[in-house]
Write a protein that binds this ligand. Structure first.
Ligand SMILES: Nc1ncnc2c1ncn2[C@@H]1O[C@H](COP(=O)(O)OP(=O)(O)OP(=O)(O)O)[C@@H](O)[C@H]1O
Ligand SMILES: [Mg+2]
Length: 309
């Protein structure tokens, strides 16, 4: 049985299908990612799964039970929205209490969970007593995470949990997410950072313009749709033309007037490439193997970049 299924979800706004028969099936214990650009439909899908928006058609099941059934237990699913659901002019602790009330968390369980969440999320009383409006971005997100975890859900849905955070704080959040997963939580997250999807997720669905393009383990997607590995040669610009001629037969080309790319080669070819350069007297600044990324997968499937610069 799946932890979470969204089956053939259709959502129409005006004339557009913002979700066009979207199906995802998340196994218990998985970290599952929705990777897609702005406007792909990630938040809409999550809100439909949570019952916060109504689909035009399709079914959502949590542990096999349709969420529109009366015996569906809301406490099973925690939610960390893209724009926090926190009350800005309440303190962190009052926000957490509010969510505990919403889910009917008993008093004794509340105290125990709060203590363990404070520990886990490194939230001290100082932070928790402040009005949310006065907290930093990272602190707010930890309070929001505490609020969503206070009812001890089995599944956590996180909408772009690290967007806008500093890279090092982002890494702290990645660790929190993997730690939660190790404790047995099933996680559905959305992101438009390909590194995040690659690093965190057991499986990823790439979503674009309301459709799922592919689903699979990041490594499998890269193998199948990412294109081939290549060797990147960094040289002083005055040597680029000469080196390009040298590797022309192997498909070498100058990229962005910056480096030479030779497709289809990897580590085992490095000595051979170095030897040709040595023999011609071209000094090498750097030589590396470039592997396909999930961004390459997205580009190959859509012809567009994941994040527009
Ligand atoms: N209430 C609404 N009325 C009309 N259109 C909407 C509404 N909500 C969302 N949309 C449209 O649905 C599409 C999907 O939006 P959604 O917010 O789900 O995308 P997203 O993948 O979460 O994007 P982002 O990465 O920017 O958060 C967009 O084209 C958006 O403009
Ligand atoms: Mg969104």
């Amino acid at each position: 049985m799946y932890a979470l299924e969204a089956i053939e979800i259709i959502k129409v706004y005006g004339q557009t299908r913002v979700l066009d028969k979207v199906t995802i099936r998340v196994n218990a214990g998985e970290i599952y990612g929705l990777l897609g650009p702005n406007g792909a439909g990630k938040s809409t899908l999550m809100e439909i799964i949570l019952g916060l928006r109504r689909q035009d058609s399709g079914t959502v099941k949590i542990f096999g039970v349709e969420t529109r059934n009366r015996d569906f237990d809301k406490k099973l699913v925690g939610y960390v929205p893209q724009d926090h659901l926190l009350y800005e002019n309440l303190s962190g602790i009052d926000n957490i209490k509010y969510f505990a009330g919403l889910y009917g968390v008993p008093r004794k369980a509340f105290k125990e969970r709060l203590d363990s969440l404070k520990n886990f999320l490194e939230l001290d009383d100082n932070i928790l007593k402040k009005d949310v409006v006065k907290l930093s971005g990272g602190q707010r997100r930890r309070v929001a995470l505490a609020a969503s975890l206070i009812a001890d859900p089995k599944i956590i849905i996180m909408d772009e949990p690290t967007t806008g955070l500093d890279p090092n704080i982002r890494r702290d959040f990645w660790r929190l997410i993997t730690d939660l997963n190790k404790e047995g939580k099933t996680i559905l997250l959305s992101t438009h950072y390909m590194e995040e999807a690659d690093e965190l997720c057991d499986r990823v669905s790439i979503i674009d313009r309301g459709r799922i393009l592919v689903t699979g383990a990041p490594d499998d997607l890269k193998k199948q749709y990412g294109g081939e590995e290549s060797i990147i040669l960094r040289l002083k610009s005055r040597y680029l033309d000469h080196a390009q001629m040298l590797f022309e037969d192997m498909g070498g080309s100058i990229v962005a007037n910056e480096y030479i790319k030779i497709p289809g080669l990897n580590e085992v070819d490095i000595p051979r490439v170095k030897k040709s350069l040595d023999e011609t007297g071209i000094p090498v600044e750097g030589i590396e193997v470039r592997r396909p990324t999930l961004e390459d997968v997205f580009i190959n499937l859509t012809g567009r970049r994941l994040v527009e610069e």
